[in-house]
Write a protein that binds this ligand. Structure first.
Ligand code: SF4
Length: 685
């Protein structure tokens, strides 16, 4: 852009990409964002931004932005007015509700949207449509964290703050490619190493942080629980546990000791494909210091045993008294800008805002009174269950706000079948996504740069999102769309701005009780923040005070992944993300400089395997699983081991989720994205 700095206005806001929640200034000239700079202040990022935050803003006014509502007629989208679209949606919802009951309707809320919008989305479904069928993509990333940590610690969130890692003495990173997926936290980790911290990395790929680590455990995908148990076996066996902490602050220690007995380093080394001595060294290193922090992400959660993986991490931290103090803790890195907030706001089928359970009659009473409506106490459907019910023809209306299951969900052929069978699908988004193409009505939403609100980042910090430019075309902020629909469906509450919605959130959500736009104007606040005088909470579970009482040891045995390599499908495929693209790339593929670097999918494969299959770097390969097949480009690298291949999930061209397994963790209902058996064939020229 050609501009002079003095011609621009600076609008401070929160990055709309990942969960780090970097504070940034949008530089605006003539109603256009022309540059992004890190904001001077910003406790989440300390003046840093990554490539996506700094350069990934061109999607905002991209020509592909949806500018008007679309209604599908005879298989083709036709432009419509807002009123036509609202009336059609309202009438379809009313008819489905009357003929098939409210549970024939489901909605996916959005980790991309603000807290206020997520709050209104679940209120629309619960309070106006009368169903708890509301979920969102946390089901696919950290549902096992929410379930696991709520069980063991009482709260399913990062225990500590982003910058505390700078003073950790040992950092254990597992199932997280931090420098690519949470780049600013990745650089904080590197700064900590410069200050003398030690780093342990356990990952199936030799990621960037592995290169900087003191101990790298290159584990076979799906063996996390065995590894964590092996570490605890050594700690107990060598008497390195924090006995005083255990005695004072935890329960169920005896069961932990009994289950861990079987996980000798030799047995675990065999399961994980690593060296027994490295397990001992890592255990000693983790247990040897006062402040050891664990960072994990979807390499731990996206398994059919994801909840056990999360609880095992929590066991390890409790065993060494590494919870409830600064620069230690258990830190699940939340992926999307507001996935923490979407969970906090109750975009979950069993939880009202603040994780207040729909199954609890007192909670239902409280919200009935606050909202003046009747509520259902029946736990709703998860994302994965919606797809199953949809494919069986039992769902009549699906409302998708800012999600793209046609790329993000496992077993895309199954997702497509479900979306095609559901009678009426609404998609509300900023671009015509792969999912929107299958919708009956598409509503154009405003981007983060066009609206007011808040996001809650991975460290539980609630931060402001500010309007920098007018809405593009005829698009509208999601909260306005949801409010109008509520009104059309007979609930006549009117909010004049997002701040009023936050006031209502604070009045019904104990952990947000002290939050208001005034208070977070300069700097965000971390929940729990129960009242107007509370300063927010930097780290959780201080002095052994867990919201569930004591910290609970919940040991689990290692169970194999649902699929293993066999003679038909001899390789293990694992999936993940990369630095330059974001999620289903709806935004980043529209940023030219970024997209030019990585325009299509690729598969990392070990040189020996590639050689065996006759594959060359840059050649095409067909990859198939029991669920589908795709064609992708080969990248030869020894980052992966011989029988493991890796693919990022961002791309529609060669989308890896045609291959992934939709089998779920029975507790959290999160799919096993990280382990699928595949076969690979060379495509002859
Ligand atoms: Fe945005 Fe995350 Fe990058 Fe920060 S680290 S600039 S929040 S994408």
């Amino acid at each position: 852009e050609k501009f002079r700095y003095w011609e621009t206005n600076k609008v401070k806001t929160t990055c709309s990409y990942c969960g780090v929640g970097c504070q940034m200034d949008l530089l605006v000239k003539d109603n256009k964002v022309v540059e992004v700079q890190p904001s001077d202040k910003g406790l989440a990022n300390n003046g840093l931004l990554c490539v996506k935050g700094k350069f990934g803003y061109r999607f905002i006014d991209h020509k592909d932005r949806l500018k008007t509502p679309l209604i599908k007629k005879e298989g083709k989208f036709v432009e419509a007015t807002w009123d036509e679209a609202y009336d059609l949606i309202a009438s379809k919802i009313k008819v489905a509700k009357e003929e098939f009951g409210p549970d024939s309707i489901a909605g996916f809320s959005s980790a991309r949207c603000t807290n206020e919008e997520n709050y209104l989305f679940q209120k629309l479904f619960r309070g106006v449509i009368s169903t708890n069928n509301v979920d969102h993509c946390a089901r696919l990333c950290h549902a096992s964290t929410v379930a696991g940590l709520a069980t063991t610690l009482g709260s399913g969130a990062m225990t500590n703050s982003n910058f505390e890692v700078l003073n950790s003495e040992v950092i254990f990173v597992t199932g997280s490619n931090t420098t690519e997926t949470h780049p600013v936290i990745g650089s904080h980790i590197k700064q900590a190493l410069k200050r003398g911290a030690k780093l342990i990395v356990a990952e199936p790929r030799r990621i960037d942080l592995a290169v900087h680590s003191d101990i790298f455990l290159q584990i076979t995908p799906g063996t996390n629980v065995a590894l964590f148990n092996g570490l605890m076996n050594v700690i107990i066996d060598e008497n390195l546990q924090d006995k005083e902490y255990i005695e004072k602050n935890t329960e169920n220690y005896d069961e932990l000791v009994s289950v861990m007995k079987d996980y000798t380093p030799e047995r675990v080394a065999e399961i994980c494909g690593i060296d027994a001595e490295d397990i001992r060294k890592a255990a000693r290193m983790y247990a040897s210091v006062d402040k050891a922090s664990i960072f994990y992400s979807m390499g731990v959660t996206q398994h059919s045993t994801g909840t056990q993986g999360v609880m095992s991490i929590s066991n390890l931290a409790l065993l060494c008294g590494n919870i409830g103090k600064e620069s230690a803790g258990v830190n699940p890195l939340r992926g999307q800008n507001n996935v923490q907030g979407a969970c906090d706001m109750g975009a979950l089928p069993g939880d009202l805002p603040g994780y207040q359970k729909v199954a609890n009659p007192d909670v239902i009473n409280k919200f009935q009174k606050a909202w003046g409506v009747e509520l259902s106490n029946k736990v709703g459907l998860t994302v994965t269950e919606v797809m199953t019910k949809g494919s069986e023809g039992d769902l009549k209306v699906l409302y998708v706000m800012g999600e793209n299951p046609m790329l993000s969900d496992p077993d895309i052929n199954h997702v497509k079948e479900a979306l095609e069978k559901i009678d009426f699908v609404v998609v509300q988004d900023i671009f015509l996504t792969e999912t929107a193409e299958l919708a009956d009505v598409v509503l154009p939403a405003a981007s983060f740069a066009e609206k007011e609100g808040t996001f809650t980042n991975t460290e539980r910090r609630i931060q402001r999102v500010r309007k920098a430019i007018d809405c593009i075309g005829n698009s509208k902020p999601d909260w306005e769309i949801l409010m109008t629909l509520m009104n059309k469906l007979g609930y006549d509450k009117v909010y004049s701005n997002a701040s009023e919605i936050m006031d209502e959130i604070a009045s019904v959500t104990p952990s947000y009780g002290g939050i208001s736009f005034d208070r977070i104007d300069q700097e965000g606040l971390q929940w729990p923040c129960p009242d107007k005088d509370h300063p927010g909470t930097k780290f959780l579970h201080k002095d052994g005070k867990f919201s569930r009482g004591k910290g609970l040891f919940k040991p689990a045995d290692y169970i194999k992944s649902a699929e293993s390599a066999d003679k038909d499908y001899p390789y293990i495929l694992t999936t993940g993300r990369m630095l330059y693209h974001y999620h289903t790339a709806t935004m980043t593929k529209r940023v030219e400089g970024i997209n030019r670097l990585f325009p299509h999918s690729y598969m990392e494969i070990h040189p020996t395997t590639a050689n065996r299959l006759g594959l060359e770097d840059g050649s095409k390969a067909k990859v198939s699983s029991r669920r589908g097949e795709i064609i992708t480009t080969v990248t030869i690298t020894d980052k992966v081991e011989e029988d493991v291949v890796f693919m990022p999930f961002h791309f529609a061209d060669g989308a890896v989720n045609y291959l992934t397994n939709s089998v779920v963790d029975p507790t959290a209902k999160i799919p096993e994205f990280k382990v699928s058996a595949v076969k690979i064939e060379r495509i002859k020229d």
